[in-house]
Design a protein around this ligand. Structure first.
Ligand code: AFP
Length: 356
């Protein structure tokens, strides 16, 4: 599978030979990869780097930023703004869209990113990641907020970096999902996982079950059935994983199958989900679809959601196709009132899970 000669640069040169229009996009992706290497180096230092702990400020989401959230955000902006490919950027860490400095050449691409996803894990040396999405404008005029508000199907590239025992960049330009591993000796990303395919079926689910009392009935039904395993309607046992780092979760799922859910819940009616559409859900949805999986809100294809704001939250259900489709079906049946009463012991008190 591994081709030690296929660096990210060579891979992109191949892509350009198929479509010469990809030249600027490829340059931008090289800048993104350089930012990833910078972040990876800082993370690898751990406590020795002096970067751990809180920055003691809140971001636009009302979350207390870690020092590394701030540093990673700066690294991304610094590395990507000077190449002349970008019209603007959106980051989880910035309230407003970032404008390319006036003296700087602009391009027509828009970069949206979460510089450090799962940062609550950093202090404990657990895998974290970076997620990014790239859109294209018609021209290279300065980006307005409206320019970013495009459905995920318009993404021209998407990817994530996972900072684990090794650092990997997983990427799609719309022609499959491919994984590159950072060779720390040469500083190159090497294509180690070409054309990743997510197994269609799975026996593994990922969800934060501490939120179960806030779930909607279709999710409660799905999880109850998984938990019953071979004694219930699914007829086989399931396993569960929850790392609280979406990148790590998605990475495992695209390599060995599974379903990831951060569904809508009733904790805070003003928030229809926890994850952000533009720089978390959409890029992951593109990667997952390009790997043969499916990504949904539970009530529709993620990539077709019409965005309303750059920091919009959305319910996320993604991974192995058949499982995600099953969860979509449970939503459909519930919404139509045609879901059959569930006779699991967990549903003995059906009102536990269903609207009263
Ligand atoms: P941050 O980007 O703020 O670190 O949040 C990470 C995340 O949004 C996502 O990676 C996880 O799936 C989720 O949080 C875990 O959150 P819970 O603590 O609610 O399980």
């Amino acid at each position: 599978m591994r081709n030690s000669n296929m660096t990210l640069s060579k891979y992109l040169i191949n892509e350009i030979s198929v479509d010469p229009e990809l030249t600027d996009l490829s340059s931008l992706l090289i800048d993104v990869a350089t930012a990833v290497i910078t972040i990876s180096a800082m993370l690898a230092k751990g406590a020795l780097g002096g970067y751990l702990g809180s920055a003691e400020v809140e971001n636009v989401q009302g979350e207390v930023q870690k020092k590394l959230d701030v540093i990673s955000n700066d690294a991304f902006i610094e590395q990507c703004q000077w190449g002349g490919q970008l019209a603007g950027m959106v980051s989880e860490e910035l309230e407003l869209a970032y404008q390319i400095p006036a003296e700087q050449e602009r391009g027509r691409y828009l970069l949206l990113f979460d510089p450090l996803d799962g940062s609550s894990n950093i202090d404990f040396n657990v895998s974290v990641g970076t997620i990014f999405s790239i859109l294209a404008k018609e021209d290279n005029s300065a980006a307005t907020t409206q320019d970013f508000l495009r459905q995920g199907i318009n993404q021209v590239a998407a990817g994530y970096a996972i900072y684990g025992p090794s650092t990997m960049l997983v990427l799609t330009l719309g022609r499959g999902t491919h994984g590159f591993t950072l060779d720390r000796d040469s500083g190159n990303f090497i294509l180690t996982h070409p054309s990743i395919t997510i197994p269609e079926e799975t026996s593994e689910y990922s969800i934060n079950t501490s939120n179960s009392r806030f779930w909607e009935p279709p999710i409660a039904r799905y999880i109850a059935e998984c938990k019953e395993g071979s004694t219930g309607v699914r007829n086989h046992d399931f396993n569960m994983r929850w790392i609280a780092s979406m990148v790590a979760e998605v990475h495992r799922i695209i390599l060995r199958g599974g379903i990831f859910m951060y569904p809508r819940d009733t904790r805070d009616p003003s928030k229809p989900g926890r994850l952000r559409l533009m720089y978390e859900a959409n890029p992951m949805a593109m990667l997952v679809e390009q790997a043969g999986g499916w990504a949904s809100t539970g009530r529709g294809r993620m990539l077709e959601v019409e965005p309303t704001s750059i920091h919009q939250r959305i319910p996320v259900i993604l991974g192995s196709k058949r499982e995600v489709e099953r969860v979509e079906r449970y939503h459909e049946e519930y919404d139509a009132g045609t879901d059959t009463p569930y006779d699991s012991p967990l549903f003995g008190e059906r009102s536990l899970y269903l609207d009263k």
